[in-house]
Design a protein around this ligand. Structure first.
Ligand SMILES: C[S@@+](CC[C@H](N)C(=O)[O-])C[C@H]1O[C@@H](n2cnc3c(N)ncnc32)[C@H](O)[C@@H]1O
Length: 302
């Protein structure tokens, strides 16, 4: 497939690009390290030539805090997955995995069964770019699903998902791209799939304030909030994947609790700034904190 007509992975590439930029930082200053990100990003050589500081500086000019927001999301989930695996969770399902390489770059027990779920076109490009020995890892299964018209349950069960095992699910940077109907039915399917065992469910969502009150969404002092909100939504539409669904905390809590999940944490970059960036001397100022997406950990007990 020609890369120029491949239109389903624009945003997956966009996130991989931020992971590449972060990986260029000095080891003692970076929040995450993704040695595979460059394989998925068009123009990776130029980004590497520019280096971490210049790329981050440029990003700050366009949308302050956007790079840090994506990187803190990745790190937050890395921490969750590592802690879950260390605590004995047996399966990990990455919903909308895109070019995320968590399955390879984290030190996870080889007994952890990993299912990578995404659209078939994105998965086949990913597999063609990763080193062969990685994509053939015995504990990783690629499951092709389009959430809008395919059954996650059918595809996962057909791929060896074990309903008696404890599982962590992550839906990272996906809810804004799918309809609310597809989002709700995905959560319902996850709840049904995990009826017999305990599960942890991470979800990220974009605040509805982005759509109806950008100034309130971005917070006090954030420069040109309205212009930046338009730039973010325009950018994803231009990449071929418009943001179509926005949520309030109440709506998320309600859909999760209807499906047996209780929210344990709901954080944004504002909360993660002091956890991740301040300790390595990269703490963001108040007017650079971009709380556009929320990161939610929920759990169901069996
Ligand atoms: C912004 S990317 C995030 C990728 C990855 N989670 C990460 O953070 O790097 C959004 C992902 O959602 C996937 N996606 C979007 N709509 C989808 C759908 N209807 N069914 C399955 N996956 C979908 C895209 O293919 C893409 O990989």
């Amino acid at each position: 497939m020609s890369e120029s007509i491949f239109r389903k992975d624009g945003t997956a590439q966009g996130v991989a690009k931020q992971r590449l930029i972060e990986s260029l930082a000095e080891p003692e200053e970076r929040i995450i390290n993704d040695p595979y990100a460059d394989r998925f990003v068009l123009g990776a050589s130029f980004i590497k030539f520019m280096g971490h500081k210049l790329n981050v500086w440029l990003g700050q000019k366009v949308v302050p805090g956007f790079h840090e927001h994506l990187i803190s999301r990745t790190r937050f989930i890395d921490d969750l997955v590592k802690a879950s695996a260390a605590g004995g969770v047996e399966q990990y399902v990455i919903l909308g995995a895109g070019y995320d390489s968590r399955a390879h770059r984290l030190e996870l027990p080889s007994s952890l069964r990993i299912f990578e779920v995404d659209q078939p076109e994105v998965q086949s490009r990913k597999r063609s770019k990763l080193p062969k020995e990685l994509t053939n890892s015995e504990n990783i299964t690629y499951v092709a699903v389009d959430f809008t018209h395919q059954s996650l349950t059918e595809q996962l069960m057909g791929s060896g998902f074990d309903q008696s095992k404890s599982t962590v699910f992550t839906l990272e940077g996906v809810s804004q791209y799918i309809t609310k109907e597809a989002f709700r039915s995905t959560i319902k399917e996850v709840a049904t799939l995990t009826q017999k065992a305990s599960s942890i469910f991470f979800i990220s969502y974009v605040s509805e304030l982005l759509d109806n009150d950008p100034e309130a969404c971005f917070g006090k002092g954030y420069p040109n909030a309205e212009k930046r909100a338009k730039l973010i939504t325009y950018g994803s539409a231009k990449a071929g994947e418009p943001w179509i669904s926005f949520y309030s905390a109440e709506e998320i809590e309600s859909v999760l609790s209807q499906n047996g999940y209780s929210v344990k944490e709901n954080v944004t970059l504002k909360d993660l700034n002091s956890r991740y960036f301040a300790p390595v001397g990269r703490g963001l100022a108040e007017n650079q904190l971009l709380p556009l997406e929320h990161f939610v950990i929920s759990e169901s007990q069996k």
